[in-house]
Unconditional design. Structure first.
Length: 490
């Protein structure tokens, strides 16, 4: 074929393709049996906004404005002042009808902890935004500095993601099972404990085990965490469903502390060890023909605030009612919880394709809050909604279409249940703010346009604690007024 013929052929194919692209529907031609053919469309896309996405020019200054006093004489622009007032209002924890009674009760308890050297527990459940002790570590450090206490709290027997607050290693024969993610279908029960996971060193469905199996788990101090988190004076092991006797031996810095032989049990149990000084390395060894279920270790102080980081990668926060209720009740009665922080929504956002699906998620999430409230009637609850998250639409990053709807239904679920709601989406800057967090001169989020980086995680933690301390200021103000009213009455 002559070159001119080749050129003419290519031109003809190009013109034909362009013509097909122009007349082809945006959803292509359905060929049946699930087959569909599409051409790149040359028609103007009316769904794509011609208006460029507004970005936050100076992200650090934008976030620092939340520290500015509203009555500052430096703010003279009435429009800017109104916007700042709105932002500061949305950056606080929101309550239905301003009913903060659960927080007043919480701060009363925390003051008792500080004054009487008692103990309070806070459980921070969330998705991958918090795993590895992200966000929780700052919350814990701030509370322990003010109210006392030390230690990282609950730690899984087998970790999925390295925890920045404690170094953990296990013998190779451990198995990890979770209620979230992709549960092992061989597990026919829901005894997953407070961390929604458990570990064993023999496989649960193995039978006719005649020889004894040994296993170990070791913990060391992390150089990447706060001083208070490194320290502990008590270690717990929560276990259960031991069909065979087993032995547990604890070693502190290579020195054997004690060996315990524990009998079979079907209930939820705990054993603990006390330390005058925190070991640099703490090792536990176990021996049994068949492993019991290990639900968690916990490293704590004898008084003060204990804050647990419970990251459930891939979870939408709708699994609590699936847990074995008797087992969960057993843990929560032995370790009374004063505050639950539930941080979810991010894993649901990409899969919500209609308002109806979002509303269904909100109703299901509300049932989880009410269930936990029933088990813990004296606890306060704060829901942290999803951050902004961006996805590519028509080649441009933009907020997920139904993210605000998911935010709205979670807020509704929280407020109708009597929980507080902290709107992380609005605190970040609202729609398309994640783009600014990723593309800032000093980025606060990763290139997946979903997760915060270390600097962003710290900023989010600080903003949450600012909202938390605002609640404390209101509590103190209310106490002062109540005291003054009492004096006036006399």
């Amino acid at each position: 074929m002559k070159p001119i013929h080749t050129l003419l052929f290519l031109v003809a194919v190009g013109l034909l393709s362009a013509g097909l692209a122009f007349v082809t529907p945006s959803n292509g031609f359905d060929l049946g049996n699930g087959l569909n053919i599409k051409f790149a469309s040359l028609k103007p896309d009316s769904s794509k906004s011609s208006k460029p996405i507004a970005k936050i020019e100076d992200l650090e200054a934008f976030l620092d404005e939340l520290e500015v006093e509203i009555d500052s004489t430096a703010i003279k622009d009435s429009i800017k002042l109104a916007d700042l007032e709105r932002r500061k209002r949305l950056s606080r924890i929101q309550w239905a009808n301003s009913d903060r009674s659960s927080m007043r009760k919480l701060f009363d308890e925390l003051e008792n902890v500080k004054a009487k050297k008692t103990k309070a527990r806070i459980m921070h459940y969330g998705d991958s935004q918090i795993e590895g002790d992200r966000i929780t570590s700052v919350i814990r450090n701030e509370l322990q500095k003010y109210y006392g206490g030390y230690g990282p709290g609950l730690i899984p027997a087998v970790e999925a993601v390295p925890n920045a607050s404690i170094i953990q290693s296990n013998s190779e024969n451990w198995n990890r099972f979770t209620l979230y993610g992709r549960p092992d279908t061989n597990i026919k029960h829901n005894r997953y404990g407070p961390l929604c996971s458990f570990g064993t060193f023999t496989y649960p469905t193995d039978t006719n085990l005649v020889s004894v199996t040994d296993a170990w788990v070791q913990f060391g101090q992390s150089g990447m965490t706060y001083y208070n988190t490194k320290m502990y004076s008590k270690a717990y092991l929560f276990y259960g469903h031991a069909t065979d006797s087993f032995t547990a031996t604890a070693f502190a810095d290579g020195v054997e502390l004690a060996t315990q032989k524990l009998g079979p049990t079907t209930s939820f149990n705990s054993i603990n060890w006390n330390f005058e000084t925190t070991p640099k390395e703490l090792k536990f060894s176990f021996s049994a023909k068949k492993s019991p279920e290990f639900y968690a270790f916990s490293f704590e102080s004898n008084s003060g605030v204990i804050v647990d980081n419970i990251g459930l990668r891939g979870s939408s926060g709708t699994l609590f009612k699936k847990l074995d209720s008797e087992q969960l009740r057993g843990f929560m009665s032995s370790q009374p919880i004063d505050l639950f922080i539930l941080q979810f929504g991010g894993n649901t956002v990409p899969y919500i394709e209609s308002a109806e699906k979002a509303f269904g998620y909100g109703k299901w999430f509300k049932s989880q809050i009410l269930y936990l409230m029933k088990l813990n009637p004296n606890a306060a609850f704060i829901v942290i909604g999803p951050s902004d998250m961006a996805t590519k639409i028509n080649g441009e990053f933009t907020t997920y279409p139904y993210l605000e709807t998911v935010r709205d239904v979670l807020k509704k679920a929280a407020l109708e249940s009597g929980a507080g709601y902290w709107d992380l989406y609005e605190v970040m800057g609202g729609k398309n703010s994640m783009i600014s967090w990723v593309e800032a001169e000093n980025p606060l989020a990763g290139k997946d346009y979903v997760h915060f980086n270390n600097k962003g995680t710290r900023k989010v933690s600080e903003l949450f604690m600012k909202a938390f301390w605002y609640e404390k200021d209101l509590w103190e103000s209310n106490k002062m007024h109540t005291k003054q009213d009492t004096l006036n009455a006399k």
